[in-house]
Write a protein that binds this ligand. Structure first.
Ligand SMILES: [Zn+2]
Length: 343
């Protein structure tokens, strides 16, 4: 526990390592029960809901091609587009499930409990400060305070980090419990969904969405709508799970990336393409959260093929490090900052 306590006591500068769970002694053990409760609640909810849902098929949400090829070992309905290589579900619920999903459900309660764990909260705060630093490096100030919008503000940790950096921050959050908690942290939060909960004329210098786009039926349209609320010279930052992380192939259908509700599975190339199709260029792109401890827990006969599938042929296990994963855009989360071409 010494390492754990030291990690808690030190408020580290926001580097990628400072919030990489694989590098924090004791993190996995401390959070295991909370993660299990969340996974069980999500699975139960999905099995209950799936019986009452009506489904429809969809084309590739990036290029509209109907040519999706089933991908072995990924679970139901996951295909890879033969044209643009996007991974996505080609069969999704007919009605938007988001109002149901972000209500006061058992899964949301379990997510809330996980986020309230001190170690999780500590890492989330560090990550928020890191993400904000990267975003602000690519934002012009023009001598005034930057207006920031977070879509899906959750418990308000990033809003607080933004306020600390001098931004005027507004959050949209559909879950009433999280919205209330974010307000208790001092955040300015509107309960509701993007863009309905915003006035048409609202403009922001920075718009950020963390772990949202993978739920959306039309992610390009969603980015276009963000652009309508973006001030001249503004930046849009997007974080989504990285379907190219080798752990995803190893876990297959049981990977949290393929959990119910996630319908588009981005890799670096397809996330940048989504932004391009919405009229943006990537001004910054990286991955973070290595999951390298979990990766190394797999035996050679499973691990090597999963790495080779990503074009990576390390000579031995010592070469499989967080830095090596990040250098190949193989961290667990993708993070891209977009701007308008020429701005
Ligand atoms: Zn496509």
């Amino acid at each position: 526990m010494d390492g754990l306590q030291t990690g808690l006591a030190l408020e580290l500068a926001p580097t990628r390592d400072s919030f990489d769970a694989a590098a924090i002694p004791g993190f996995r053990a401390a959070l295991q029960a909370a993660y299990r409760r969340l996974t069980a609640a999500e699975r139960l909810e999905a099995s209950q809901q799936s019986q009452s849902l009506r489904w429809h098929s969809r084309a590739c949400p990036l290029c509209a091609s109907q040519a999706g090829e089933p991908v072995a070992g990924t679970g139901e309905d996951v295909v890879r587009c033969r044209c643009c290589h996007l991974l996505y579900r080609d069969r999704i619920p007919e009605d938007d499930q988001s109002r149901l999903r972000f209500g006061e459900t058992e899964a949301m309660a379990a997510f809330h409990a996980l986020k309230s764990e001190p170690l999780y909260a500590q890492l989330e705060a560090r990550k928020s400060r890191y993400v904000l630093s990267r975003l602000l490096e690519h934002a012009g100030t023009g001598g005034r305070r930057l207006r920031l919008l977070e879509i899906g503000a959750s418990s308000g940790v990033l809003l607080r980090a933004a306020a600390e950096r001098g931004c005027v921050a507004l959050g949209l959050e559909p879950n009433p419990g999280f919205a209330q908690e974010a307000r208790a942290l001092g955040g300015n939060v509107v309960e509701g969904f993007f863009p309905d909960a915003l006035p048409d004329q609202a403009r922001f210098d920075l718009i950020i969405s963390m772990d949202v786009l993978e739920y959306i039926e039309d992610p390009v349209d969603s980015l276009v709508r963000m652009g309508r609320h973006l001030a001249p010279g503004g930046r849009i930052a997007v974080q989504v799970p990285n379907a190219a992380h080798p752990l995803v192939a190893l876990q297959g259908a049981r990977s949290p990336i393929y959990k119910p509700g996630h319908i588009t599975f981005f890799e670096m190339e397809t996330l940048i393409t989504a932004g391009y199709l919405a009229g943006f260029k990537a001004v910054h792109a990286e991955t973070y959260i290595s999951e390298v401890d979990r990766l190394l827990s797999w035996p050679d006969e499973a691990l090597w093929p999963a790495l080779h599938a990503q074009g990576w042929t390390p000579r031995d296990r010592a070469e499989i490090t967080a830095e090596a994963l990040f250098a190949r855009d193989l961290g667990y989360k993708l993070f891209v900052v977009f701007g308008r071409p020429g701005e």
